[in-house]
Design a protein. Structure first.
Length: 109
């Protein structure tokens, strides 16, 4: 079984109702906006994984995580929440990532 087949097998057998750490990416032009979002996110029980500036683009990157299930309804709802959350603080939401398969409970942060 090659890597691609293995990945599809893990995805087919993954139970999306199992809660796991989901990692979220955001980008900001201003550090102050990112800092305000960090404070709000921590109040909502997010974990701060990383907050740093890209030397080339001068853009500020924020990585947060939150534990929840990864069912389609939840992921769609969380997408909408994060789009609004980023916009509220003058940032851009760039997506999420999570583990599947046997290591699904382990976080990426």
């Amino acid at each position: 079984m090659d890597d691609r087949e293995w990945a599809f097998e893990m995805l087919r057998n993954d139970d999306d109702s199992v809660e796991r750490e989901v990692t979220y990416w955001f980008y900001f032009d201003k550090k102050e906006n990112m800092d305000r979002m960090i404070v709000a996110a921590l109040d909502l029980d997010y974990t701060l994984c990383s907050a740093s500036q890209n030397e080339k683009t001068r853009e500020w990157g924020l990585i947060l995580s939150l534990t929840h299930d990864v069912g389609p309804d939840t992921l769609e709802r969380m997408y909408e929440v994060h789009e609004r959350f980023a916009k509220r603080f003058g940032g851009k939401y760039d997506g999420h990532e999570y583990q599947i398969g046997p290591g699904a409970g382990e976080g990426l942060c």
